[in-house]
Design a protein around this ligand. Sequence first.
Ligand code: NAP
Length: 525
Amino acid sequence: MKLTGNLLIGAHEVAATSGTMKALNPATSAEIEPDFAFGTSAEVDRAAELADDAFDSYNNTSLDERAAFLERIADGLDAVAPELAQRASLETGLPAAQLEAETAKAATQFRQFASVVRQGRFRQATIDPAQPERQPRARMDHRMQKIALGPVAIFGASNFPISYSVAGGDTASALAAGCPVILKAHNAHPGASEIMGRVIQQAVEASGLHEGVFSMVRGGGNAIGEALVDHPLIKGVTFTGSEAGGMALFRRAQQRPDPIPAFTEMTSVNPTFVLPSALAARGAAIGDGFGERMLVNVGQACLKPAILLAIDGTGYDELRQALIARVEAMHARTMLTPGIWKSYSENVERQRNAGAERIAAGGKPQGAWDGQALLLEVDGERMLNEASLSEEAFGPAALLVRVKDVEQLVALAKQFRGQLSATLQLDAADHALASRLLPILERRTGRIVINAFAHPQEVSYASIHGGPFPATSDSRFTSVGMTAIERFLRPVCYQGFPDDLLPEALKHDNPRGLWRLTDGELSKA
Ligand code: NAP
């Protein structure tokens, strides 16, 4: 596919209106062709107007039509997989084979959401039939379904440049819900973004949909993202990235004259608790497994296990040695962007200044933005007194916490802020302690994992990739998995409607045979 670097506004290509950038190869520091256009609020206006024009027809596509559109995007991703992976690899320093697998995952997500659309359960069709004889007051017929929010702004993430970016789960779930999407492309991988953007643009056209269903903008600095969040025609926002960026955009969305929901996924250290019996039985294996997962994607994963807590005793030294061996065997690898490399270096320094001791280091950096694998250790007492040690260093570093006893472990569990996940490594003899920890962790995390690691994330119906602040700005929703669609829906009640004016999901004869809640009972009636 020939890259032009233009913005994709509906069916059109728009050249730069406020400067350009080149992609950067973080492994070599070399710039990569071509020039990529920056836009202004004028392009945001145009994209938002097109999205608003597209809304009614897109929101009213039949379930089969919409599902077929999502499948077309999946097929398009399959067709460009090698090319997309090559380009993304050049722009991120991540291995092409891994990125090809990520493309397959992205295509699968679109197919999974196509299936969600066909099932129609996301409408949550609910019917309370009229009760004309009810005393003391008759009840009118009430019917409820969920419809799409409206046009939404999606910020592509930097760290999984395909499955969390232009063709990621946010886009798939928003389009599945019936929301036109304006994508704010991440400047860390503009070429890969263009390839994915074109795949979606082509699928819009091939499906005979309104061109405003998808647009992709890019900008230098915050202005373009701010213009998107502020735009009166935008009705929802999703974001994955830093806490500072996520909170700035969340606050902006709340401070509009008409506040809108903003689902921002930000930061999580995904603590792992090793309980005493498991530690004694298999400390080395747990240390090795943790070491492997903390280094995936050069540690640039929202589910990277960053903090390992174990009570000092039998098995602790084995766990520590296995973890040290993993870290020392790791070559320094290119990080995604100079900015991410810089904040990694600063955050590790912050942890050392807060009292954590460096106990292992991987191979020395060769390139300018190579991230060196690091293992730090701190005792539980210090950790309790230094809340900043519980904060993220996004990159290939982890903190091992030498805990004094069970009471200290429980106190440390209570200290964590909201998390995407927490993990317990346990054996049968640890269940009593696990029962004390579980209510503490339930209040703080979106997912609790036993005897495995949270990463990688399954994309399925029960998946939750969310959690209390600061993991996300809204703990009621997930950004991964089939229920991610719920972020983009809102309920509408139709009262006293004649059948011909009712939406399909609520018609009396249930033409699609959908599961519906009628008078509180689930059926296909
Ligand atoms: P970021 O700086 O938060 O940026 C993410 C996206 O949001 C970019 O497109 C950025 O645009 C935009 N943006 C950020 N702040 C904004 C603001 N105030 N107004 C308007 N737009 C704004 O994240 P990043 O560059 O991907 O990585 C930086 C750090 O974020 C990492 O070091 C890591 O700590 C964290 N991170 C966390 C996760 C996670 O999964 N939890 C994932 C990725 C990154 P511009 O680039 O144009 O400014």
